[in-house]
Design a binder for this molecule. Structure first.
Ligand code: SAM
Length: 222
């Protein structure tokens, strides 16, 4: 079936293009062992974020949704000397597993994981001197995406890149009658972006080992 083909193609390209990496592998297996869902980005998506950051020369990154720190490791590695990623996670157990995986990979000097609901921790970031961020990765509870967009704008500057994952949801995003809170979250999020003159954005559908989904990529233009 399609999913088998998509996975085989991911495997084909990843074997050629992405170096094998024990720290990323152990981060995933530790997350699975701790009972976390496998909601991490795929390896090719992790590399996409890393490449975008490097093209953009992002030095300060905000991630909303840490899980086991898999994407955080990709992000931290793509940072230049002196760069920093702040990652927000509501679940303290997940944050602890992520911290261990990040330290094992030698990246703890570049990463700060802040526990708590993002709606509570986002308002603390500016006072800590962390804003504006160069790159913001929105990947937590999708019903809150509209709120996260507001915060992303508050914590940004002209040129900040915003990347939001899982906006296609197997095509459900087009269902205007959906009562799925995740679908509604991404629909409202997209409608807000459409109305926001400070943003220029696009949505890209993706297939692969994670199935059929997609992301929104935006830049703050003023
Ligand atoms: N970015 C991770 C990766 O690719 O490896 C995956 C993140 S996973 C899709 C979403 C995470 O957001 C979960 O670990 C969940 O506990 C966390 N989360 C859910 N609601 C949250 C909230 N209100 N505030 C902060 N984090 C939240």
């Amino acid at each position: 079936d399609s999913h088998t083909t998509w996975t085989a193609v991911d495997t084909y390209f990843n074997n050629l293009l992405l170096p094998a990496d024990q720290y990323l592998d152990v981060a995933l297996s530790d997350a699975a062992e701790a009972g976390m869902p496998m909601h991490n980005v795929s390896p090719s998506q992790g590399q996409l974020i890393a490449l975008l950051m490097r093209m953009h020369q992002s030095k300060s990154v905000l991630e909303i949704g840490t899980l086991g720190g898999y994407s955080t490791i990709w992000i931290a590695r793509a940072l230049p000397e002196g760069g920093r990623v702040i990652s927000l996670e509501i679940d303290p157990t997940r944050a602890e597993v992520a911290r261990k995986s990040i330290a094992r990979a030698g990246l703890d000097n570049k990463v700060e994981i802040i526990t708590g609901a993002a709606v509570d921790t986002l308002p603390t970031l500016a006072a800590k001197g962390y804003a504006p961020f160069d790159f913001i990765f929105i990947d937590a509870d999708k019903p809150s995406n509209p709120i996260y967009l507001e915060w992303a704008l508050k914590l940004s500057r002209a040129g900040t890149v915003i990347f939001a994952d899982n906006v296609v949801r197997n095509g459900a995003v087009t269902n205007a009658d959906s009562d799925d809170a995740n679908v509604k979250g991404v629909q409202q999020f997209t409608e807000l972006i459409a109305k926001e003159t400070r943003l220029s954005a696009t949505a890209i559908q993706t297939v692969g080992e994670k199935g059929y989904d997609g992301f929104i990529l935006a830049i703050v233009q003023s």
